[in-house]
Design a protein around this ligand. Structure first.
Ligand code: SAM
Ligand code: SF4
Length: 331
């Protein structure tokens, strides 16, 4: 379905839990309260929303969280979503901690690709950023996914960690870039957005980051033939993977925005920046026949798509109305 600005909306991000087994400083630091399970959509409720969404033209689904792999029966959900007619891709974004042990199940459930969030390859920095000394486990998960030939991307949020930890910014970034040298993985930097706890941190503006990398890597050049989402990719000679930049602020891509988001608490969001959306949990939990329920959910989805604004206001922070944290929205 098209929104008011003619953009085709074909991508649904679904946060399936607001709980997590890490405590990333900019996302879900210690002390955040989680809501009781009864306030979180059931897997069947999620699949019901996805079913209606597919009839409106949603063909790609990203499962996110919190940490999606800690939700019990996540592979059952993947199967339910894969079985929906019109859903062409079901992908996952994870911190990677449970990837190694869950890979076989994820593969047999039919997961199409996996994004692993990883902000540093320095063990001590990883511990300070996430609260846990688990870098080795994530790297094992990455290897396991590659060995199983599941397409993998690495996502790193461009926080200026040196401001908080000291050290040299380039060390961290070039270590991440080097992952793409020997392995066929794209390493993507995501510009820090002023949402949730992200507001309290200093990001590295991507115009600066791209310039900095261009100076460090001879022959780095833009590769517009790669990717089909908001990331802009660059090729570095001698590297198997590409380096991507998802620059919501310094490379605003609202003109081609194709997504809506379902939070773990059942709220359908029209834009990351604003709180406008539709409470689909309320609809799902009303008494209604199957046919009537489908009608109400479809109406809710249509309303949400039509609520999409033309653009976010991340550079005008007083206009941001979203109060939820990223761990509830799902990024
Ligand atoms: N736990 C999973 C993970 O880490 O991939 C999924 C949920 S997490 C909220 C999804 C993505 O959002 C992660 O890559 C995380 O780094 C990113 N993220 C969290 N807060 C952010 C912010 N303020 N700006 C940009 N990205 C953010
Ligand atoms: Fe958890 Fe992902 Fe947020 Fe880190 S970024 S706290 S792993 S939800």
């Amino acid at each position: 379905m098209k929104d008011r600005f003619g953009r085709e909306i074909d991508y649904l991000r679904i946060s399936i839990t607001d709980r997590c087994n890490l405590r990333c400083m900019y996302c879900m630091p210690e002390g955040i309260e989680t809501v009781p399970m009864k306030d979180i959509l059931t897997l069947e409720e999620i699949a019901e929303v996805a079913q209606c969404a597919s009839k409106l033209g949603i063909s790609k689904i990203k499962i996110t969280g919190g940490e999606p792999l800690i939700r019990r029966n996540v592979c059952h959900l993947i199967r339910l979503l894969k079985d929906i007619q019109g859903i062409e891709q079901v992908t996952l974004t994870t911190n990677g901690l449970l990837l190694d042990e869950m890979l076989d199940d994820l593969k047999s459930a039919g997961i199409d690709s996996i994004n692993i969030s990883l902000d540093t390859l320095d063990r001590e920095r990883y511990r300070r950023i996430t609260g846990y000394d688990r870098l080795g486990t994530v790297l094992k998960g990455l290897e396991a996914a590659l060995d199983n030939e599941i397409p993998v991307k690495i996502n790193a949020v461009s926080v200026d960690w040196d401001t908080y930890f000291g050290g040299r910014r380039t060390d961290d970034i070039s270590a991440l870039v080097s992952l793409a040298e020997k392995k066929p993985v794209d390493v993507r930097f995501i510009e820090l957005m002023p949402i949730g706890f992200g507001k309290n941190y200093k990001g590295i503006p991507h115009d600066q980051l791209i310039r900095m990398l261009g100076e460090s890597y001879e022959g780095m050049e833009r590769d517009d033939s790669h990717g089909n989402g908001p990331a802009v990719y660059y090729r570095i000679p001698g590297h198997l993977g590409r380096i991507g930049f998802i620059s919501a602020i310094h490379g605003k891509f609202c003109d081609s925005c194709n997504r809506i988001r379902l939070t773990s608490r059942g709220y359908l969001k029209s834009c990351l920046c604003f709180d406008k959306g539709v409470d689909v949990k309320k609809i799902l939990r009303e008494e209604a026949s199957a046919g009537e329920m489908e009608k109400r959910l479809t109406k809710g989805l249509e309303e949400c798509i039509l609520l999409k604004p033309d653009a976010h206001s991340f550079t005008n922070t007083e206009e941001i109305t979203e109060k939820l944290t990223m761990s509830v929205i799902g990024g």
